[in-house]
Design a protein around this ligand. Structure first.
Ligand code: F0G
Length: 467
C-alpha cells in the first residue's frame, strides 16, 4: 500500500514560510501553550482542522464569479437549494454561515430546559449549543466506539439499546429529537453503518421522535458504507447518501467539511413547523432566508462543492491519503485510534504518554511538542477540550478518550507533506520520555480549549503526579 495518487493537478500554489525551532519555541510560549493562538503563517503543516481549509476546484472558483448578490432570491440560492434537495432529499433548505449556526437555530427553536438530546457523540459546538438551551447532550455511541483498539468497522454507531432505554425513561416529551453524527468526529472520525441508522430510525419511530443527522462528513461516511458494509459495494456513493438521509427527518451541515468550501452551512428539514420558527430566528440573527449569512458567490461554491465531494475518485484519494498516514504510524508502533477515520488520524495520547496523567493534559503536551519540534499543528480532543468539574461535587471529570487529532485538509497537502508528518510523529514517539505534563493557568467557563493558557510542569512534577 502506498499513498494514493492525486486525482487533480496543481494550478495555483500557496508558498509556505519555514520557521526556525527557536522562533517556534518563542511563539508557543507566547501563546500560553495554546496552539489556537499561534499565527497560522508560522506553521508548516497545519492539521488543526479539516474544516474550512479545503482547496476549492477551478470549477468552484469559476462559480464565485457567477455570484448573484441580490439581497433576496439570488440565483445561486436556487442552484444551492436544488443541489441540497437532490442529495439530501429534504424539502426545506436554510443556508447558514456555518454548522454551529444551523445547530443554534435548530436547538433554540425546538429544545426547552431539561430536554435531552441523544447523539452518538456530540461535537463540542453541538454539545455547547444543546447546553446553551439548558438541555442535556447525551452520548450513546456503542461501547466499541470508546475503545481506541477495537477493530469494529463502524465505531460511530449509536447504540440502539441505550437509545431505547433513554427514550423509555424520558419519553418524547423530553427528547424532541435524536441526532446522529456522520462520521463521528469526536470518536475518531468513525463511520456509522446504514444498518445502524435503520435500527436507530426504528427506535425513533417506536417513540415518535424525529431523527436529525449532523451531516458534516456525510460523503466520507457513505464512502465507508460502500467499502465496508455488505450489500453496498456496487452502489454509487450518491445513492447511498440518498438512502441514508431518507431514514432521517433532516440535517444540520457544516459545508466547511464535505461541502469543500471555506465558509458555509445549512439546515435541511422536513418539518414545516420547525422551519417557520427557525426562519423567523434566522432573519433576526443571520440574514434573509435566501442567503443566510453568506454571499451569493459562497452559495454557488457550496452547491458545486457538494457535487464534487461525491466524486468517487476524489473520495478514494481523500480517505486513502488519511488511511496511509495512519498505516505508516501504526507500522512504526505509534498508538493511534484504529481503524483510521475518514478525515483524520487520531493519536491515542494516554498510550503515547502513559506517564502523564489526564489531569496534566497528555494530548496537549503532544500538540505542543509537534509544533515546537516540527512546525506541525494538531489539535487536542481530550481532557483539555472535554474535561470539566462536576457541578454537584466539584470533582474533575475526564473523558474516556484523550486524543490528538491530525486532521487532513481536503485536496491541500501532497504525499511528501504526509510523509513529513509521519516521520515527525514517529520521531516524537521515539523521544516520548522527554515530554512533560502541563497545568492550566487560565480557563474560560465554556469551550475552554480555544482560549486556555497553560504552563509546562517540570519533569519531576510530571513523574510525581503521574507515577
Ligand atoms: N458538527 C461536527 C461533527 C463538526 O465536526 C463541526 C465542526 C461542527 C458540527 C460545527 O461546524 O465549525 O461549521 O460551525 N468541526 C470543526 C472541526 C470545527 O475542527 O472538527 P462549524
Amino acid at each position: 500500500m502506498r499513498f494514493p495518487a492525486e486525482p487533480f493537478r496543481i494550478k495555483v500554489v500557496e508558498p509556505l514560510r519555514r520557521v526556525t525551532r527557536e522562533e517556534r519555541e518563542r511563539l508557543i510560549r507566547e501563546a500560553g501553550l495554546n496552539i489556537f493562538a499561534v499565527p497560522a503563517d508560522s506553521i508548516y503543516v497545519d492539521l488543526l482542522t479539516d474544516s474550512g481549509t479545503s482547496a476549492m476546484s477551478d470549477h468552484q472558483w469559476a462559480g464565485l464569479m457567477l455570484g448573484d448578490e441580490s439581497y433576496a432570491g439570488s440565483r445561486n440560492y436556487y442552484h444551492f437549494a436544488e443541489t441540497v434537495r437532490g442529495i439530501f432529499g429534504y424539502p426545506h433548505v436554510i443556508p447558514t454561515h456555518q454548522g454551529r449556526m444551523a445547530e443554534n437555530l435548530l436547538f433554540s427553536s425546538v429544545l426547552k430546559p431539561g430536554d435531552v438530546v441523544p447523539n452518538n457523540i456530540h461535537f463540542d459546538t453541538t454539545r455547547a449549543n444543546v447546553e446553551h438551551q439548558k438541555a442535556e447532550a447525551r452520548d450513546l455511541v456503542i461501547d466499541e466506539g470508546l475503545d481506541p483498539t477495537s477493530p469494529h468497522p463502524f465505531k460511530g454507531n449509536l447504540d440502539p439499546v441505550k437509545l431505547d432505554r433513554t427514550l423509555r425513561q424520558l419519553g418524547r416529551e423530553r427528547v424532541p429529537l435524536v441526532m446522529i453524527t456522520v462520521t463521528n468526529n469526536s470518536g475518531g472520525g468513525q463511520p456509522v453503518a446504514m444498518a445502524n441508522v435503520r435500527e436507530v430510525r426504528e427506535v425513533c419511530d417506536r417513540h415518535g421522535v424525529p431523527l436529525i443527522f449532523d451531516a458534516c462528513r456525510f460523503a466520507e461516511n457513505c464512502w465507508f458504507i460502500q467499502q465496508r458494509e455488505p450489500g453496498y459495494a456496487n452502489r454509487p456513493v450518491r445513492e447511498i447518501a440518498r438512502e441514508m438521509f431518507a431514514l432521517g427527518d433532516g440535517c444540520t451541515m457544516s459545508a466547511k467539511k464535505d461541502g469543500l468550501v471555506n465558509i458555509g452551512g445549512f439546515l435541511a428539514l422536513t418539518n414545516a413547523e420547525w422551519v417557520e420558527k427557525i426562519t423567523n430566528l434566522l432573519i433576526l440573527v443571520e440574514g434573509f432566508p435566501t442567503y443566510g449569512g453568506l454571499a451569493g458567490r459562497d452559495l454557488e461554491a457550496m452547491a458545486r462543492g457538494l457535487e464534487e465531494v461525491l466524486n468517487e475518485d476524489y473520495l478514494a484519494f481523500r480517505v486513502g491519503q488519511v488511511a496511509q498516514l495512519g498505516r505508516m504510524l501504526d507500522e512504526a508502533g505509534v498508538p493511534i485510534v484504529k481503524p483510521v477515520g475518514g478525515h483524520a488520524v487520531y493519536l491515542d495520547a494516554r498510550r503515547f504518554l502513559p506517564a502523564i496523567p489526564q489531569s496534566q493534559f497528555p494530548g496537549q503536551s503532544l500538540v505542543v511538542a509537534l509544533y515546537r519540534e516540527f512546525g506541525i499543528r494538531a489539535v487536542e480532543v481530550g481532557s483539555l477540550m472535554f474535561g470539566h468539574r462536576d457541578p454537584a461535587t466539584g470533582e474533575h471529570v475526564y473523558p474516556t478518550l484523550d486524543l490528538v487529532r491530525l486532521a487532513i485538509p481536503r485536496r491541500v497537502y501532497t504525499t511528501e507533506h504526509m510523509r513529513y508528518v509521519a516521520e515527525s510523529v514517529i520521531q516524537l514517539h521515539r523521544e516520548r520520555d522527554r515530554l512533560k505534563g502541563l497545568a492550566l493557568v487560565y480557563e474560560a467557563p465554556v469551550l475552554r480549549h480555544f482560549t486556555a493558557r497553560l504552563e509546562e510542569l517540570s519533569g519531576a512534577e510530571t513523574v510525581a503526579h503521574g507515577g
